[in-house]
Design a protein around this ligand. Structure first.
Ligand code: HAM
Length: 405
Protein backbone atom coordinates (compact mmCIF):
# COMPACT_ATOMS: atom_id res chain seq x y z
CA UNK A 1 0.00 0.00 0.00
CA UNK A 2 1.23 3.48 -0.79
CA UNK A 3 1.15 6.06 2.00
CA UNK A 4 -2.34 7.57 2.46
CA UNK A 5 -2.86 10.58 0.20
CA UNK A 6 0.15 9.73 -1.98
CA UNK A 7 -0.42 8.14 -5.39
CA UNK A 8 1.54 6.37 -8.09
CA UNK A 9 1.57 7.77 -11.60
CA UNK A 10 1.18 4.65 -13.72
CA UNK A 11 2.56 4.13 -17.24
CA UNK A 12 -0.98 4.35 -18.70
CA UNK A 13 -1.34 7.92 -17.45
CA UNK A 14 2.25 9.17 -17.30
CA UNK A 15 2.04 10.42 -20.90
CA UNK A 16 -0.62 12.90 -19.75
CA UNK A 17 1.53 13.95 -16.83
CA UNK A 18 4.52 14.54 -19.13
CA UNK A 19 2.40 16.49 -21.58
CA UNK A 20 1.01 18.79 -18.87
CA UNK A 21 4.56 19.38 -17.63
CA UNK A 22 5.93 20.13 -21.09
CA UNK A 23 3.01 22.43 -21.98
CA UNK A 24 3.62 24.30 -18.72
CA UNK A 25 7.36 24.66 -19.40
CA UNK A 26 6.74 25.68 -23.01
CA UNK A 27 4.21 28.37 -22.00
CA UNK A 28 6.40 29.62 -19.13
CA UNK A 29 9.51 29.80 -21.33
CA UNK A 30 7.60 31.81 -23.92
CA UNK A 31 7.14 34.46 -21.22
CA UNK A 32 10.81 34.25 -20.20
CA UNK A 33 10.49 32.03 -17.09
CA UNK A 34 13.48 29.72 -16.58
CA UNK A 35 13.32 26.41 -14.75
CA UNK A 36 14.73 26.07 -11.22
CA UNK A 37 14.83 22.93 -9.09
CA UNK A 38 15.04 23.31 -5.33
CA UNK A 39 15.36 20.46 -2.81
CA UNK A 40 12.22 18.75 -1.56
CA UNK A 41 13.58 18.95 2.00
CA UNK A 42 14.14 22.38 3.59
CA UNK A 43 14.66 23.72 7.11
CA UNK A 44 11.28 23.96 8.82
CA UNK A 45 12.00 27.51 9.92
CA UNK A 46 11.84 28.72 6.29
CA UNK A 47 8.14 27.94 6.04
CA UNK A 48 7.29 28.93 9.61
CA UNK A 49 8.72 32.40 8.91
CA UNK A 50 7.65 32.49 5.25
CA UNK A 51 4.08 31.21 5.29
CA UNK A 52 3.38 32.36 8.84
CA UNK A 53 2.49 30.98 12.26
CA UNK A 54 -1.26 30.57 12.62
CA UNK A 55 -1.81 29.41 9.03
CA UNK A 56 -3.24 25.93 8.49
CA UNK A 57 -0.13 24.84 6.60
CA UNK A 58 2.29 25.74 9.39
CA UNK A 59 0.03 24.77 12.30
CA UNK A 60 -1.34 21.47 11.04
CA UNK A 61 -0.08 20.31 7.68
CA UNK A 62 3.70 20.18 7.63
CA UNK A 63 5.59 16.88 7.38
CA UNK A 64 8.19 17.67 10.05
CA UNK A 65 11.10 15.52 11.14
CA UNK A 66 14.52 15.80 12.76
CA UNK A 67 17.66 14.69 10.96
CA UNK A 68 20.37 12.71 12.76
CA UNK A 69 21.84 15.91 14.18
CA UNK A 70 18.47 17.07 15.46
CA UNK A 71 17.96 19.72 12.77
CA UNK A 72 14.26 20.41 12.17
CA UNK A 73 13.44 19.62 8.57
CA UNK A 74 10.26 19.59 6.53
CA UNK A 75 9.02 18.14 3.25
CA UNK A 76 8.26 21.37 1.40
CA UNK A 77 4.55 22.28 1.53
CA UNK A 78 4.87 24.83 -1.32
CA UNK A 79 7.44 26.35 -3.67
CA UNK A 80 7.43 30.10 -3.02
CA UNK A 81 9.42 30.17 0.22
CA UNK A 82 11.95 27.75 -1.31
CA UNK A 83 12.35 30.00 -4.37
CA UNK A 84 12.86 33.02 -2.13
CA UNK A 85 15.41 31.11 -0.02
CA UNK A 86 17.29 30.20 -3.19
CA UNK A 87 17.05 33.76 -4.55
CA UNK A 88 18.63 35.14 -1.35
CA UNK A 89 21.21 32.35 -0.98
CA UNK A 90 22.52 32.85 -4.53
CA UNK A 91 22.66 36.63 -4.12
CA UNK A 92 20.55 37.33 -7.19
CA UNK A 93 20.80 40.96 -8.21
CA UNK A 94 17.89 43.13 -7.17
CA UNK A 95 18.61 45.36 -10.20
CA UNK A 96 17.25 42.75 -12.60
CA UNK A 97 13.92 41.06 -13.17
CA UNK A 98 14.31 37.34 -12.41
CA UNK A 99 11.68 34.99 -13.79
CA UNK A 100 11.68 31.44 -12.48
CA UNK A 101 9.43 28.43 -12.92
CA UNK A 102 9.29 25.04 -11.19
CA UNK A 103 7.38 21.77 -11.31
CA UNK A 104 7.49 19.22 -8.52
CA UNK A 105 5.95 17.44 -5.54
CA UNK A 106 4.74 19.28 -2.42
CA UNK A 107 3.55 17.77 0.86
CA UNK A 108 0.69 18.75 3.15
CA UNK A 109 -0.94 16.60 5.81
CA UNK A 110 -4.54 17.27 4.77
CA UNK A 111 -7.63 15.05 4.64
CA UNK A 112 -7.36 13.42 1.21
CA UNK A 113 -10.27 13.73 -1.20
CA UNK A 114 -10.82 14.23 -4.92
CA UNK A 115 -8.31 16.86 -6.01
CA UNK A 116 -6.68 17.05 -2.58
CA UNK A 117 -3.67 14.87 -1.83
CA UNK A 118 -0.94 14.72 0.79
CA UNK A 119 1.70 14.45 -1.90
CA UNK A 120 0.60 16.69 -4.75
CA UNK A 121 2.39 18.49 -7.53
CA UNK A 122 2.60 22.14 -8.35
CA UNK A 123 3.70 23.93 -11.48
CA UNK A 124 4.66 27.41 -10.36
CA UNK A 125 6.19 30.67 -11.50
CA UNK A 126 7.83 33.42 -9.45
CA UNK A 127 9.19 36.78 -10.63
CA UNK A 128 11.50 38.95 -8.50
CA UNK A 129 12.41 42.60 -8.92
CA UNK A 130 9.40 44.57 -10.19
CA UNK A 131 6.33 46.03 -8.46
CA UNK A 132 4.35 46.66 -11.64
CA UNK A 133 0.69 45.62 -12.13
CA UNK A 134 1.56 44.78 -15.76
CA UNK A 135 3.68 41.91 -14.42
CA UNK A 136 0.73 40.67 -12.30
CA UNK A 137 -1.38 40.83 -15.48
CA UNK A 138 1.26 38.91 -17.45
CA UNK A 139 1.24 36.11 -14.88
CA UNK A 140 -2.54 35.84 -14.92
CA UNK A 141 -2.53 35.74 -18.73
CA UNK A 142 0.10 33.00 -18.66
CA UNK A 143 -1.93 30.90 -16.21
CA UNK A 144 -5.18 31.42 -18.07
CA UNK A 145 -3.64 30.65 -21.49
CA UNK A 146 -2.08 27.49 -20.11
CA UNK A 147 -5.39 26.31 -18.65
CA UNK A 148 -7.08 26.86 -22.01
CA UNK A 149 -4.31 25.05 -23.89
CA UNK A 150 -4.85 22.09 -21.54
CA UNK A 151 -8.42 21.87 -22.79
CA UNK A 152 -10.05 23.16 -19.59
CA UNK A 153 -13.02 25.45 -20.13
CA UNK A 154 -15.43 27.44 -18.01
CA UNK A 155 -12.98 28.62 -15.39
CA UNK A 156 -13.30 31.84 -13.45
CA UNK A 157 -10.56 34.34 -12.59
CA UNK A 158 -11.10 35.84 -9.13
CA UNK A 159 -9.09 38.92 -8.30
CA UNK A 160 -8.55 41.03 -5.21
CA UNK A 161 -6.05 43.23 -3.45
CA UNK A 162 -5.36 42.68 0.24
CA UNK A 163 -3.40 45.91 0.67
CA UNK A 164 0.11 46.35 1.99
CA UNK A 165 1.78 46.78 5.38
CA UNK A 166 0.93 50.49 5.29
CA UNK A 167 -2.83 50.17 4.80
CA UNK A 168 -3.77 46.61 5.78
CA UNK A 169 -3.61 47.24 9.57
CA UNK A 170 -6.49 49.74 9.18
CA UNK A 171 -8.57 47.11 7.40
CA UNK A 172 -7.60 44.46 9.97
CA UNK A 173 -8.71 46.72 12.82
CA UNK A 174 -12.04 47.31 11.11
CA UNK A 175 -12.45 43.54 10.66
CA UNK A 176 -11.62 42.86 14.31
CA UNK A 177 -14.21 45.45 15.43
CA UNK A 178 -16.79 43.90 13.11
CA UNK A 179 -16.17 40.24 13.98
CA UNK A 180 -15.97 40.93 17.74
CA UNK A 181 -19.68 41.72 17.55
CA UNK A 182 -20.25 38.11 16.43
CA UNK A 183 -17.61 36.50 18.66
CA UNK A 184 -19.95 33.92 20.17
CA UNK A 185 -21.18 32.76 16.77
CA UNK A 186 -17.77 32.24 15.16
CA UNK A 187 -16.24 28.75 14.96
CA UNK A 188 -13.33 27.99 17.30
CA UNK A 189 -10.81 28.45 14.49
CA UNK A 190 -12.16 31.88 13.67
CA UNK A 191 -12.15 32.89 17.34
CA UNK A 192 -8.41 32.19 17.22
CA UNK A 193 -8.02 33.91 13.85
CA UNK A 194 -9.56 37.04 15.31
CA UNK A 195 -6.39 37.50 17.39
CA UNK A 196 -3.82 36.18 14.93
CA UNK A 197 -5.06 37.08 11.43
CA UNK A 198 -8.65 38.37 11.10
CA UNK A 199 -8.40 38.36 7.27
CA UNK A 200 -8.48 34.57 7.34
CA UNK A 201 -12.02 34.63 8.75
CA UNK A 202 -13.15 35.85 5.31
CA UNK A 203 -12.00 32.49 3.93
CA UNK A 204 -13.69 30.25 6.54
CA UNK A 205 -15.83 27.51 5.01
CA UNK A 206 -18.06 27.07 8.12
CA UNK A 207 -21.54 28.21 7.08
CA UNK A 208 -22.25 30.67 9.90
CA UNK A 209 -18.78 32.23 9.64
CA UNK A 210 -19.15 32.79 5.89
CA UNK A 211 -22.64 34.28 6.42
CA UNK A 212 -21.21 36.75 8.95
CA UNK A 213 -18.23 37.47 6.67
CA UNK A 214 -20.52 38.56 3.81
CA UNK A 215 -21.13 41.97 5.41
CA UNK A 216 -17.62 42.45 6.79
CA UNK A 217 -15.84 45.74 5.97
CA UNK A 218 -14.14 45.74 2.59
CA UNK A 219 -10.44 46.44 2.21
CA UNK A 220 -11.31 48.90 -0.55
CA UNK A 221 -12.31 51.50 2.08
CA UNK A 222 -8.88 51.30 3.70
CA UNK A 223 -6.35 50.98 0.89
CA UNK A 224 -3.54 53.49 0.44
CA UNK A 225 -3.29 55.18 -2.95
CA UNK A 226 -0.42 52.91 -4.06
CA UNK A 227 -2.55 49.77 -3.48
CA UNK A 228 -5.67 51.25 -5.07
CA UNK A 229 -3.75 52.42 -8.15
CA UNK A 230 -2.00 49.06 -8.48
CA UNK A 231 -5.29 47.19 -8.37
CA UNK A 232 -7.06 49.51 -10.81
CA UNK A 233 -4.20 49.33 -13.29
CA UNK A 234 -4.12 45.55 -13.10
CA UNK A 235 -7.83 45.44 -13.91
CA UNK A 236 -7.26 47.77 -16.84
CA UNK A 237 -4.44 45.66 -18.27
CA UNK A 238 -6.67 42.57 -18.14
CA UNK A 239 -9.76 44.32 -19.54
CA UNK A 240 -7.71 45.79 -22.40
CA UNK A 241 -6.95 42.32 -23.65
CA UNK A 242 -10.45 41.02 -22.99
CA UNK A 243 -9.60 38.74 -20.10
CA UNK A 244 -12.76 38.39 -18.03
CA UNK A 245 -12.36 38.40 -14.24
CA UNK A 246 -14.43 38.82 -11.12
CA UNK A 247 -13.21 41.52 -8.76
CA UNK A 248 -13.93 39.87 -5.41
CA UNK A 249 -13.24 42.09 -2.36
CA UNK A 250 -13.58 39.08 -0.03
CA UNK A 251 -10.93 36.91 -1.70
CA UNK A 252 -8.07 36.19 0.72
CA UNK A 253 -5.38 33.50 0.74
CA UNK A 254 -4.32 30.90 3.27
CA UNK A 255 -0.69 32.02 3.28
CA UNK A 256 0.45 35.15 5.10
CA UNK A 257 3.06 36.53 2.73
CA UNK A 258 0.79 38.26 0.21
CA UNK A 259 0.63 42.00 -0.37
CA UNK A 260 -1.58 43.83 -2.90
CA UNK A 261 -2.71 41.42 -5.65
CA UNK A 262 -4.18 38.00 -4.85
CA UNK A 263 -5.95 35.87 -7.41
CA UNK A 264 -7.35 32.41 -8.07
CA UNK A 265 -8.49 30.58 -11.18
CA UNK A 266 -11.35 28.34 -10.13
CA UNK A 267 -13.58 25.61 -11.53
CA UNK A 268 -16.99 24.39 -10.38
CA UNK A 269 -16.22 20.82 -11.47
CA UNK A 270 -14.20 19.66 -8.45
CA UNK A 271 -16.50 20.37 -5.52
CA UNK A 272 -14.80 22.21 -2.70
CA UNK A 273 -11.33 21.84 -4.28
CA UNK A 274 -12.16 24.61 -6.70
CA UNK A 275 -8.83 26.44 -7.02
CA UNK A 276 -6.77 25.30 -10.00
CA UNK A 277 -4.28 28.14 -9.79
CA UNK A 278 -3.62 30.52 -6.92
CA UNK A 279 -1.11 33.24 -6.29
CA UNK A 280 -0.36 36.88 -5.96
CA UNK A 281 2.18 39.48 -5.01
CA UNK A 282 4.49 39.11 -2.02
CA UNK A 283 6.55 42.29 -1.88
CA UNK A 284 7.83 41.81 1.71
CA UNK A 285 8.84 38.16 1.70
CA UNK A 286 12.39 38.48 0.33
CA UNK A 287 13.23 41.04 3.02
CA UNK A 288 11.50 39.18 5.81
CA UNK A 289 13.48 36.03 4.98
CA UNK A 290 16.78 37.95 5.18
CA UNK A 291 17.28 39.38 1.67
CA UNK A 292 17.22 42.92 0.31
CA UNK A 293 13.91 44.66 -0.16
CA UNK A 294 12.69 43.16 -3.42
CA UNK A 295 9.13 43.00 -4.75
CA UNK A 296 7.95 39.66 -6.11
CA UNK A 297 4.89 37.93 -7.48
CA UNK A 298 3.89 34.43 -8.62
CA UNK A 299 1.39 31.61 -8.72
CA UNK A 300 1.15 27.84 -8.43
CA UNK A 301 -1.11 25.41 -10.26
CA UNK A 302 -2.30 22.11 -8.72
CA UNK A 303 -1.39 19.42 -11.24
CA UNK A 304 -3.64 16.69 -9.78
CA UNK A 305 -6.64 18.99 -10.30
CA UNK A 306 -5.52 19.89 -13.82
CA UNK A 307 -5.02 16.20 -14.55
CA UNK A 308 -8.62 15.41 -13.59
CA UNK A 309 -10.05 18.10 -15.88
CA UNK A 310 -7.70 18.24 -18.86
CA UNK A 311 -8.86 16.50 -22.03
CA UNK A 312 -5.58 16.66 -23.94
CA UNK A 313 -5.14 13.77 -26.33
CA UNK A 314 -2.50 11.12 -26.45
CA UNK A 315 -0.41 11.66 -29.57
CA UNK A 316 2.10 8.85 -29.39
CA UNK A 317 4.86 8.11 -31.83
CA UNK A 318 4.32 5.01 -34.00
CA UNK A 319 5.84 2.01 -32.27
CA UNK A 320 7.65 -0.63 -34.33
CA UNK A 321 7.36 -4.11 -32.81
CA UNK A 322 9.96 -6.80 -33.61
CA UNK A 323 8.91 -10.47 -33.66
CA UNK A 324 11.40 -13.29 -34.13
CA UNK A 325 10.04 -16.77 -34.67
CA UNK A 326 13.22 -18.78 -34.02
CA UNK A 327 16.58 -18.34 -32.29
CA UNK A 328 18.76 -17.60 -35.38
CA UNK A 329 16.18 -15.02 -36.57
CA UNK A 330 16.29 -13.40 -33.14
CA UNK A 331 20.01 -12.66 -33.59
CA UNK A 332 19.51 -11.08 -37.05
CA UNK A 333 16.38 -9.17 -36.04
CA UNK A 334 17.88 -7.89 -32.79
CA UNK A 335 20.59 -6.08 -34.82
CA UNK A 336 17.91 -4.37 -36.92
CA UNK A 337 15.97 -3.50 -33.73
CA UNK A 338 19.05 -1.92 -32.07
CA UNK A 339 19.75 0.33 -35.08
CA UNK A 340 16.05 1.28 -35.53
CA UNK A 341 15.70 2.18 -31.82
CA UNK A 342 18.22 5.00 -32.36
CA UNK A 343 15.57 6.92 -34.33
CA UNK A 344 12.18 5.32 -33.65
CA UNK A 345 10.07 4.04 -30.77
CA UNK A 346 10.67 0.25 -30.81
CA UNK A 347 9.83 -2.84 -28.79
CA UNK A 348 11.39 -6.29 -29.12
CA UNK A 349 9.26 -9.27 -28.06
CA UNK A 350 11.65 -11.10 -25.72
CA UNK A 351 8.93 -13.42 -24.47
CA UNK A 352 8.88 -15.13 -27.91
CA UNK A 353 6.52 -18.02 -28.60
CA UNK A 354 4.02 -18.41 -31.43
CA UNK A 355 3.34 -15.62 -33.93
CA UNK A 356 -0.20 -15.42 -32.60
CA UNK A 357 0.85 -14.75 -29.02
CA UNK A 358 3.52 -12.25 -30.10
CA UNK A 359 1.01 -10.35 -32.27
CA UNK A 360 -1.41 -10.28 -29.34
CA UNK A 361 1.25 -8.63 -27.17
CA UNK A 362 2.05 -6.19 -30.00
CA UNK A 363 -1.60 -5.23 -30.01
CA UNK A 364 -1.69 -4.69 -26.23
CA UNK A 365 1.46 -2.55 -26.52
CA UNK A 366 -0.30 -0.36 -29.11
CA UNK A 367 2.24 -1.16 -31.85
CA UNK A 368 1.45 0.19 -35.30
CA UNK A 369 3.92 -1.85 -37.32
CA UNK A 370 5.22 -5.38 -36.69
CA UNK A 371 8.47 -6.57 -38.23
CA UNK A 372 8.43 -10.36 -38.35
CA UNK A 373 11.24 -12.78 -39.16
CA UNK A 374 11.10 -16.58 -39.19
CA UNK A 375 13.22 -19.17 -40.97
CA UNK A 376 11.67 -18.36 -44.40
CA UNK A 377 12.39 -14.64 -44.17
CA UNK A 378 15.90 -15.21 -42.80
CA UNK A 379 17.04 -17.48 -45.63
CA UNK A 380 15.56 -15.22 -48.30
CA UNK A 381 16.84 -11.96 -46.71
CA UNK A 382 13.31 -10.62 -46.28
CA UNK A 383 11.02 -9.28 -43.53
CA UNK A 384 7.29 -9.68 -43.10
CA UNK A 385 5.83 -6.25 -42.34
CA UNK A 386 2.39 -6.15 -40.75
CA UNK A 387 0.42 -2.90 -40.53
CA UNK A 388 -1.64 -3.41 -37.38
CA UNK A 389 -4.18 -0.67 -38.14
CA UNK A 390 -4.82 -1.48 -41.79
CA UNK A 391 -4.54 -5.21 -41.02
CA UNK A 392 -2.37 -5.65 -44.14
CA UNK A 393 0.95 -7.38 -44.52
CA UNK A 394 3.72 -7.46 -47.13
CA UNK A 395 7.08 -9.09 -47.65
CA UNK A 396 10.02 -6.73 -48.25
CA UNK A 397 13.78 -7.08 -48.75
CA UNK A 398 15.74 -6.31 -45.58
CA UNK A 399 17.52 -3.42 -47.31
CA UNK A 400 14.12 -1.83 -48.16
CA UNK A 401 13.29 -1.60 -44.44
CA UNK A 402 14.53 2.01 -44.05
CA UNK A 403 12.06 3.17 -46.73
CA UNK A 404 8.92 1.82 -45.06
CA UNK A 405 9.52 3.66 -41.76
P1 HAM B 1 -1.75 27.42 -2.57
O1 HAM B 1 -3.05 28.10 -2.74
O2 HAM B 1 -1.47 26.86 -1.23
O3 HAM B 1 -0.63 28.47 -2.96
O4 HAM B 1 -1.59 26.27 -3.63
C1 HAM B 1 -1.66 26.53 -5.01
C2 HAM B 1 -2.46 25.47 -5.71
O5 HAM B 1 -1.92 24.18 -5.41
C3 HAM B 1 -3.91 25.35 -5.29
O6 HAM B 1 -4.71 26.29 -5.97
C4 HAM B 1 -4.25 23.94 -5.69
O7 HAM B 1 -4.54 23.87 -7.08
C5 HAM B 1 -2.95 23.21 -5.42
N1 HAM B 1 -3.00 22.49 -4.13
C6 HAM B 1 -2.79 23.00 -2.90
N2 HAM B 1 -2.92 22.04 -1.97
C7 HAM B 1 -3.21 20.90 -2.61
C8 HAM B 1 -3.45 19.54 -2.20
N3 HAM B 1 -3.39 19.17 -0.92
N4 HAM B 1 -3.74 18.62 -3.17
C9 HAM B 1 -3.79 18.97 -4.48
N5 HAM B 1 -3.55 20.23 -4.91
C10 HAM B 1 -3.27 21.19 -4.00
C11 HAM B 1 0.69 28.20 -2.91
O8 HAM B 1 1.18 27.12 -2.72
C12 HAM B 1 1.54 29.41 -3.23
N6 HAM B 1 2.94 29.01 -3.11
C13 HAM B 1 1.22 29.92 -4.63
C14 HAM B 1 2.10 31.09 -5.02
C15 HAM B 1 3.21 31.04 -5.80
N7 HAM B 1 1.93 32.33 -4.61
C16 HAM B 1 2.90 33.07 -5.12
N8 HAM B 1 3.70 32.29 -5.83
Amino acid sequence: MSVKGMADILPEESWKWEKIRSLFLENARRFGYKLIETPIVEYADLFIRGIGDGTDIVDKQMYLFNDKKGKRLVLRPEGTASAVRSFIEHKCSSELLHKWCYFGPMYRYERPQKGRMRQFHQAGIEAFGVDDPALDAEQIILAYGLIRSLGIESVKILLNSIGCSACRPGWQNALVDYFREYHQELCDNCKRRLDINPLRILDCKVQRCSEIAKDAPSGRDHFCSSCSTHHNKLKKYLSNINIAFEDDPMLVRGLDYYTKTVFEITTDKLGSQSALVAGGRYNNLVKSLGGKDNPATGWAMGIERIFLLSDIEHTSEKTVYFIALDKPSKIVLFKLFASTAKKRSCLFDYKGGSIKSQLRRANVAGAQICVIMGENERVTGTLLIKDMKEKKQKLIKIDEFGEIL
